[in-house]
Design a protein around this ligand. Sequence first.
Ligand SMILES: [Zn+2]
Length: 313
Amino acid sequence: MNWISKILKVGEKIKTNIQKKFPTKKQQSESKWISCCSEYPNLKSEIFNEEQLNTCPRCDRHYPFTPRERFNHFFGKNNYEILDTPRPPDNPIDWPDKIYEKKLKKARELTGHHCAVMVAQGKRDGIKITSFAIDSRFIGGSINNSSGEAIVSCFAKALEDKTPVLGWSEGGGQAMYQSGIALQFMVKTVLAANTFKKESGQPYINIYTNKVYGGITASFAAPSLSDIAFSEPKGTMIGFAGQAIVRNQTREELNSDFQTSSRMLEVGFVDAIFHRKEINDKIMNILKILLHKKNNEFEATDNNTKIREKISA
Ligand SMILES: [Zn+2]
């Protein structure tokens, strides 16, 4: 036995021992239990049900919502239309051996949609709204050419129909498998959002949910771009580079609230934090104020403090 075979054998032994001690991802997904906040694991059925909306009843931790769950919750079950979005080439920078295509195929089978972004149009309280939501199960919610085009088409459709835009932002950033092509969608989505705001005069409300990082927070989900930026509470993390990267680069201990939504509220990155059970009503409150403001039915409300007073009332 040569030294390579010996090392491989030792490696296999370590792997087997680790597998014996820790459950695999498959075992975790098949388990009825989840470790959240309590000393003992919670039953998954306590958290993942219609009443709890995937939030923990004990600590209010918010677990991810898929785009369909989100639209069902916001517009009402199937009370919306999923819009078709462009389908540019899957492998524009020509990765060998179909590496990226295989990843896309797997993600499409898992989620049932073409890219990480879903766009829908529906009505709530009689107001027509165009909305996009990102699915982190789709390769970490990364923005490739298809997802970027979906965001652009959401703003374009909202501009055409003169509706507000409601964005549910999450995901790891731009798709590095598409390199510069994914990065240029940071520019394209910002231009789309700006054009929409300038030409339609309609509001754009952005909500941070789950984990929002990289090119997503730095482009169409930037708080400077949306009229209002809300966030879900515990479970939502907002930043550019992830905690581990920042810790390794700065070699400093990070505060326990680093990148949490509550910290982001303190520093003014988000305007308010709401529980999933009440966020839809709060969005509609602010939307009505903003739309009325445009029609001059409300006076001098374009000051953040007054808007905050109104939405937290
Ligand atoms: Zn919990």
